[in-house]
Design a protein. Structure first.
Ligand code: ADP
Ligand code: MG
Length: 769
């Protein structure tokens, strides 16, 4: 074991920083050797001095300089952990929390009981944990339980340059927690780490910290990277262009790993497959075999077989107890093929590329070791990118922007950057979200290029022209300024922060958006109910990923949708049926696999249900009520109550079928009118209510592809609306239309204030209240 003090001296050539306490770490010699090469080791002394002397410190350093893996180790060695206090590190991405905790445990030769991670519903934290990696959402939840975060001695906010919403909220909250802990005589250190020098929102914001925190810059040993712009910018086929570029690099340029940046999982797989075909590896190429089952080709074959509409043997759910009875199902299928592209950010199954594939064969004898990398890839497959490629091969990693700053892949000399990123766009006023592939920012393109110069001079091939690059936005705006603020307000209220408008956000969201959201939440009754913390979010992962089991799931949906009044609950009944059926089948991976459900999501739902039933049962036990966690299918009456509850919670998401005057225009055929949009909105083809077209529905979200589609749809009865949502109803003369406005983000014309427009657009049937 090499004592840390020696490390410090060797690395920096400065006199040793003698920590007051020194906890030795027994590192393996090869780990120690690799550490010594990291630029951050040269700054250990100045970092520790700054932390010892200041409550808040900002550390900026190029990706790969060692911030995430080394700073927790510096703190550990300097005695910043004990049985009463731990070091907490937050990451905006789950993959980073898991992978970094593994890496640090390995470097320090410590058990995972001591260096642990916690992401939502999953983790290995124990009583012995001293270094804890977690997602930013997890720390926010902990603040709700213990505002002073008393079990931590240090909190590190990592990847602060990403400006995720939770990171920004955490920094705002910690700016208040740090002085409170100081007053109590139990100081808490806050360290903000960023891959860029753009930290003035944290350091120069007078509302955040009373004293300007010191900024320590880690000089990266970055080698020069030659940037090659394309003369022309390919308009659509950037994936094909990536393929051609990788082929050229591999055939013509000296050894060195290649890293390709694409925008989503399907593109990544498609390119991996093409490259493996072009530069075949020997038969036992484990990299190739590994994700075969996920390949685009497989999915395409599956879809084709589905189109043939062969009769399939499917289990049927007995709704009395959700038991599964195998039966022969007919071939009726709904047309949900039309818009696979509406799925979530990393999850799309875009098959365009696979269709247009050329059978390009290489004359090169050197095999290419091709690995995919994206957030939802299983951790053991992700870990492969850190290992050296098999001898006699060249490494080629095809990644989404997770390889931009979260994970550093060793040995990369060539970067191929398509210049694009898949982003969720959200119109704050209308609530319409859409996923779009757009140009990335200059800052992120430069981060991508930087990946090529870590160990020797490198090259970055940008598949767009320099003129296009000059038009990129400089940095992407903080998430908090771009997304809906309703759940932000509810989170803050759950933390007992009454005046959200006065909260010290590093970059505050627009005051009018906060005010409008607050008004909406009051109209929905969400802010009066002390127990309410927001409508349950269906995560992108849950809604978007069904992979190759989609056809079967579509058939199962009809079974889960139930009969009679249950059907009116629509897509929510389908979800309830799926969860119930899974529960009764013992929630096994096999059941999920066979029925197109995602096993991990089912486990998460199960755990969440467990938490909720326990909480509700503890509140209701005095009244003699008990909820059986083994959920029974709802009765028709219960399903009706559920629809009313959903309506009360999604009051601003009510839609009415187009009526006579709208139907004069063909574009309104089968369309719905929502409160906030002038345009026709349709029930998504994947919805169980797609063909039924009830008069009034509530939806969970609107996604935009070729049209505006509602997802997560349930039917509601019009006479419930004035009872459950009085602020949205008006029985008198219609008000004048508010002037429309233009949303620059989505290019959509929208109407103003929801409540006004409801009053205008709906003359609801008069009912006795
Ligand atoms: P930063 O946080 O500054 O971007 P990191 O601490 O993540 O830097 O990475 C420092 C070094 O550790 C990099 O060279 C990276 O390749 C290496 N590294 C990180 N995780 C692993 C891992 N799981 N296996 C091998 N090397 C790793
Ligand atoms: Mg990092």
């Amino acid at each position: 074991a090499v004592p840390s003090a020696t490390v410090c001296q060797t690395a920096s050539n400065k006199p040793s920083c003698k920590p007051a306490v020194f906890i030795p770490v027994d590192r393996a010699p090869e780990i120690q050797e690799a550490r010594l090469k990291l630029p951050i080791l040269a700054e250990e002394q100045s970092i520790m001095e700054a932390i010892n002397e200041n409550p808040v410190v900002v550390i900026c350093g190029e990706t790969g300089s060692g911030k995430t893996t080394q700073v927790p180790q510096f703190l550990y060695e300097a005695g910043y952990t004990s049985s009463t206090g731990a070091i907490g590190i937050t990451e905006p991405r789950r993959v980073a929390a898991v992978s970094m905790s593994q890496r640090v445990a390995k470097e320090m030769n410590l058990s995972r009981r001591v260096v642990s991670y916690q992401i939502r519903y999953e983790g290995n934290v124990t009583d012995e944990t001293q270094i804890k990696f977690m997602t930013d959402g997890v720390l926010l939840k902990e603040i709700q339980k213990d505002f002073l975060l008393s079990k931590y001695k240090v909190v590190i906010i990592d990847e602060a340059h990403e400006r995720s919403m939770y990171t920004d909220i955490l920094i705002g909250l910690l700016s208040r927690i740090v002085p409170l802990r100081e007053k109590k005589g139990l100081p808490l250190k806050l360290i903000i780490m960023s891959a860029t020098l753009r930290v003035e929102d944290f350091t120069e914001n007078k509302r955040l910290f009373s004293a300007v925190p010191p900024v320590i810059q880690v000089d990266a040993r970055q080698f020069p990277v030659t940037i090659h712009f394309n003369k022309k910018t390919p308009l659509d086929d950037y994936s094909g262009e990536c393929f051609r570029k990788v082929c050229k690099i591999h055939r013509m340029l000296p050894s060195g790993g290649i890293l390709v940046f694409l925008t989503g999982q399907a593109e990544v797989h498609s390119l991996c497959r093409r490259l493996r075909k072009a530069f075949p590896f020997q038969k036992n190429n484990t990299a190739g075999d590994d994700d075969k089952e996920e390949s685009v080709e497989e999915i395409r074959k599956f879809k084709k077989s589905r189109k043939r509409k062969k009769a399939m043997t499917l289990p049927k759910i007995d709704l009395d107890n959700y038991s599964v009875i195998p039966v022969d199902e007919g071939d009726e299928d709904r047309d949900a093929e039309t818009d696979d592209d509406v799925a979530g950010s990393d999850l799309d199954l875009d098959l365009g590329d696979a269709d247009s594939e050329e059978d390009e064969k290489s004359d090169s004898s050197l095999p290419l070791y091709v690995l995919p990398l994206y957030s939802l890839l299983a951790p053991e497959k992700q870990a492969k990118v850190f290992r050296p490629p098999p001898p006699g091969t060249r490494l080629c990693v095809v990644a989404t922007n997770v390889a931009e700053t979260s994970l550093t892949i060793p040995g990369i000399k060539y970067v191929v950057d398509c210049g694009k990123v898949k982003k969720r766009f959200y119109d704050k006023i209308t609530g319409v979200s859409s996923f779009r592939v757009t140009w990335t920012s200059q800052a992120s393109a430069n981060q991508r290029a930087g990946r090529a110069g870590r160990t020797e001079p490198g090259h970055c091939y940008r598949l767009y022209s320099s003129a296009v690059f000059m038009d990129f936005e400089q940095f992407s705006a903080p998430e908090i300024t771009k997304r809906p603020v309703e759940d932000l307000i509810l989170q803050m209220k759950a933390l007992n922060i009454e005046k959200v408008i006065n909260f010290p956000f590093p970059t505050p969201p627009p005051a009018e958006a906060l005010a409008a959201a607050e008004e909406l939440l009051i109209a929905l009754g969400a802010l009066k109910e002390p127990l309410m913390t927001g409508r349950p979010a269906v995560s992108e992962e849950e809604t978007a990923k069904l992979k190759g089991k989609k056809a079967r799931l579509l058939q199962m949906q009809r079974i889960w949708a139930g009969q009679g009044l249950l059907q009116k609950l629509g897509d929510l009944m389908v979800m309830l049926g799926a969860v119930g059926a899974c529960e009764y089948a013992g929630c096994t991976p096999k059941f999920c696999e066979e029925n197109g459900l995602r096993y991990k999501a089912m486990l998460e739902i199960r755990r969440l249900r467990g938490q909720l039933t326990t909480a509700v049962n503890s509140v209701c036990s005095d009244a003699g009520l008990y909820i059986d966690p083994k959920m029974k299918p709802p009765t028709e009456a219960q399903a009706t109550y559920l629809r009313q509850i959903v309506l009360a919670g999604l009051g601003d998401h009510v839609a009415r079928r187009a009526q006579a005057e709208e139907l004069l225009d063909d574009k309104w055929k089968n369309a719905y009118k929502t409160a906030l949009l002038d345009e026709p909105v349709f029930i998504h083809p994947s919805s169980i209510l797609f063909k039924q077209l009830p008069e009034f529905v509530v939806y969970q979200e609107i996604v935009e592809t070729t049209k505006l589609y509602m997802k997560g749809v349930s039917a509601v009865e019009p006479e419930w609306i004035p009872v459950l949502l009085p602020p949205y109803c008006h029985f008198g003369k219609p008000l004048e239309n508010p002037p429309p406005s233009y949303c620059p983000e989505t290019g959509r014309i929208r109407c103003h204030r929801p409540s006004v427009f409801y009053r205008v657009s709906w003359q609801l049937p008069a009912v006795e209240v």
